[in-house]
Design a protein around this ligand. Sequence first.
Ligand code: AMP
Length: 213
Amino acid sequence: MKIVMLGAPGAGKGTQAKMIAEEYAIPHISTGDIFRANVKGGTPLGMEAKAYMDRGELVPDELTVRILLDRVAKDDCANGYVLDGFPRTIPQAEVLDSELAKMNDRIDFAIDVEVPDENIVRRMSGRRACLNCGATYHIEHIPPKKEGICDNCGSELVLRDDDKEETVKKRLAVYHEQTQPLIDFYNKKGVLKEVDGTVDSAEVFAAIKKVLA
Ligand code: AMP
């Protein structure tokens, strides 16, 4: 099963993607996570991506498509995957589509997690991340056991640069301009499924399971 998650940054698609990956035993592939791992590791890819990420802009398609295609070519993707944060532009979706078509394959479901912008800004300013192990929390909804400290590894939690209010607003503008057209793209292909992302994450997941059944 090949699934694409759609939705604004902060709509909760990452959380849902992880739950889907576990339920259906397929890898969760987040281009944002791949970029962040490269930033942390100081690789040339990370150095190139960081400037765009810090400004709330998209990393250029050419670079992003290359890392995504490398990732989905790995053996663990043979039975499918759930893509989180890719595609983000029509050209990215078109490349993915044509690469899959070469193997007589296609995306089975594009799940749009719908949340209005005003909820997103509120949600994201409460997000906290562990830069050491990658765990994410929310001060209201998923608080760590000890304030400001990662449950997994004990490192200090931070508000990521790309979760700061100014950056969030910029990312929402980028989303509406470049990523929202994908809803129409996948709708035309007959694979779009929309779920309400404003309810709690277990309810969102129940709705997703229904559409995947
Ligand atoms: P995310 O964690 O998915 O919100 O991604 C964080 C940042 O990584 C984004 O704001 C972009 O700068 C970059 N990024 C992640 N995925 C993509 C993509 N498919 N295309 C372009 N840039 C991306």
